[in-house]
Design a protein around this ligand. Structure first.
Ligand SMILES: *[C@@H]1O[C@H](CO)[C@@H](O)[C@H](O)[C@H]1NC(C)=O
Ligand SMILES: *[C@@H]1O[C@H](CO)[C@@H](O)[C@H](O)[C@H]1NC(C)=O
Ligand SMILES: *[C@@H]1O[C@H](CO)[C@@H](O)[C@H](O)[C@H]1NC(C)=O
Ligand SMILES: *[C@@H]1O[C@H](CO)[C@@H](O)[C@H](O)[C@H]1NC(C)=O
Length: 402
C-alpha cells in the first residue's frame, strides 16, 4: 500500500516537474456556439466575419458542416472559431484577397512581407480555434490569375534567391491565452501557425499536414512568446515541425509534450536566438522521417543564449541528423555569440544511424550538454567541436518502431 502510494506520489511529482509553461494547462474545452453556419461551397468571407465580429465573448462561431471558402478572417478577443468535424474551411486562392497594398502578394520580392495571413488573432485574450474539422490553406492549388501555386512560387524564390509573398495560415500577435484544439490544419501557403509576442498559447490535439516538399510550411512557430504548451499534436510539414524563435523578445517557459512528428525539418530552436531561449522541455516526442531531430540553429549574425533546455523520452527513426547543435547555421557576418548551455538529453533512442553534431562557436563558448541514457545505432557519426559533453551514449539501440 505504502509502496503504491509512493509510486503514485512520485508520478504526480513527475507530471508537474515535466511542464515548463508556468500556467496550469489542461485539455481545452470547446466553447458554446453563438451561432451555427452551413457551408455552401462558395466564397463566404463576409458571412463568417460578421458572425465572428458579433459573437459574444466566451462563445464560438460554429461552422457545422459543408465547405466554406474565405479570404482573410479576424478572430476577435475572447471569441472562438469552431470548425466541426463535418466542415472544411478553405483559404481563398486569390492573392488579391491577402494583399497588403503593394500588389505583391502572390509574387516575389526581397521582403516576402506583402500578404496578410488567412486567420489573424491580434491584441486578443482567450480567443481560439477549435473542432475536429479542417482548415485547408490550398497551398498546392494554382493561384487565381497566376500560372502556379503558392508552393511553386516558393520554389521560384529559392531559385531566384529572393522571397515569396505567400500568406501564413494562422497568425497570433500580441495576445494572451490563445488556444488551438483538435483542429486539422493542412497545406498552408507558408507557415501553418505563428505566434508573435504572445503570453500563453496552447496547441492541443492539433494535426498539421503538408507535403515534405512544400517549402516554408513550418508547423508551429512560437516567436518572441512565453508560456507555451504544444501537446498531443501530429505534425508533418515541408519545414520545421516546430521552431522556437527569439528575435526581439526573450522566449521562455515552453512545454512540448507527447507529440508525433512525421516529415519536416524537426524540433528546432532558431534560426535565431538573439534575445535568448530559456526553460524549455521537450518530453515524449516521436520523430519519424524528419530530416533533423533535436536541433538548435544559430550563428554570429543571430546568436544569443540558449539555456535550460531538456529533451526527455524521445524516440527517432529515419532521421538524418538526430541531434544537431549548430552555431554555423549561416555564414552571415555579425558579433552575436551563440551560446548553448545546460542542454540535457535524457532517455533518447535513435533506431537508425544518423549524424550527431555538437558544434560550439569557440573554445571560450563551448556547447554544454549532458547525456543521460542515450541509445543510438551502430554506424552513426558523432561530430564534436568546442563542446563539453557530460555523460555517455551507447550504440545499442534496437527495434524497428518507436
Ligand atoms: C507566464 O504565466 C505565469 C502564470 O500565469 C505568469 O505569472 C507569468 O507572468 C507569465 N510569464 C510571462 C513572462 O509573461
Ligand atoms: C509562371 O510564370 C513565372 C513568371 O513568368 C515564371 O517564372 C514561372 O516559372 C512560371 N511557373 C510555371 C509553373 O510555369
Ligand atoms: C539549467 O536549466 C534549468 C531549467 O531547465 C534551470 O532551472 C537551471 O537554473 C539552469 N542551470 C544553470 C546552471 O543555469
Ligand atoms: C524512455 O522513452 C521511451 C520513449 O522513447 C518511453 O517509452 C519509456 O517509457 C522511457 N523510459 C523511461 C524510464 O521513462
Amino acid at each position: 500500500m505504502l509502496k503504491l502510494l509512493l509510486i503514485v506520489m512520485s508520478l504526480a511529482v513527475l507530471q508537474t516537474a515535466v511542464a515548463k509553461d508556468l500556467r496550469t494547462v489542461t485539455e481545452p474545452k470547446i466553447p458554446a456556439a453563438c451561432t451555427s453556419l452551413t457551408g455552401t461551397g462558395k466564397e463566404e468571407t463576409s458571412v463568417i466575419q460578421k458572425a465572428l465580429s458579433s459573437c459574444a465573448k466566451g462563445k464560438a462561431v460554429r461552422l457545422a458542416s459543408g465547405t466554406f471558402i474565405s479570404g482573410p478572417l479576424t478572430i476577435p478577443s475572447g471569441v472562438g472559431l469552431w470548425v466541426d468535424s463535418e466542415a472544411t474551411l478553405k483559404a481563398s486562392t486569390n492573392p488579391k484577397d491577402y494583399d497588403t497594398g503593394k500588389n505583391l502578394c502572390g509574387a516575389l520580392d526581397d521582403t516576402g512581407l506583402n500578404c496578410n495571413p488567412f486567420i489573424i488573432i491580434k491584441d486578443a485574450k482567450g480567443s481560439g480555434i477549435y473542432g475536429k474539422g479542417t482548415i485547408d490553406g490550398q497551398g498546392g492549388h494554382i493561384m487565381t490569375g497566376k500560372n502556379e501555386s503558392w508552393w511553386q512560387l516558393a520554389q521560384d524564390a529559392l531559385v531566384k534567391d529572393n522571397h515569396q509573398n505567400c500568406p501564413r495560415l494562422i497568425e497570433i500577435v500580441d495576445s494572451e491565452d490563445i488556444t488551438l484544439y483538435q483542429i486539422t490544419l493542412k497545406d498552408a501557403p507558408k507557415f501553418h501557425v505563428g505566434s508573435a509576442t504572445t503570453n500563453g498559447f496552447t496547441a492541443w490535439g492539433v494535426t498539421i499536414t503538408a507535403p515534405g516538399t512544400a517549402r516554408n510550411t513550418d508547423g508551429i512557430d512560437p516567436i518572441d512568446s512565453r508560456n507555451i504548451t504544444i501537446a498531443h499534436c501530429h505534425i508533418s510539414t515541408g519545414d520545421d515541425n516546430v521552431a522556437i524563435k527569439a528575435i526581439v523578445k526573450p522566449v521562455s517557459h515552453i512545454s512540448i509534450l507527447n507529440n508525433v512528428f512525421g516529415t519536416g525539418h524537426g524540433m528546432s530552436i532558431g534560426g535565431g536566438a538573439y534575445s535568448g531561449v530559456t526553460d524549455m522541455t521537450v518530453t515524449s516526442l516521436i520523430l519519424d522521417g524528419t530530416t533533423n531531430g533535436l536541433r538548435i540553429k544559430s550563428d554570429k549574425s543571430r546568436g544569443g543564449l540558449v539555456n535550460g533546455v531538456s529533451y526527455t523520452n524521445v524516440c527517432m527513426r529515419n532521421v538524418q541528423n538526430p541531434i544537431l547543435l549548430d552555431t554555423h547555421y549561416t555564414t552571415d557576418p555579425g558579433n552575436l555569440t551563440p551560446v548553448y548551455k545546460n542542454i540535457s538529453f535524457n532517455n533518447i533512442t535513435v533506431l537508425t544511424p544518423g549524424k550527431f553534431t555538437f558544434d560550439g562557436i569557440s573554445e571560450a563558448y563551448p556547447v554544454e550538454v549532458t547525456l543521460n541514457n542515450v541509445h543510438i545505432k551502430k554506424g552513426s557519426t558523432w561530430v564534436v567541436s568546442n563542446a563539453k559533453i557530460k555523460g555517455k551514449y551507447s550504440e545499442d539501440a534496437s527495434g524497428t518502431h518507436c
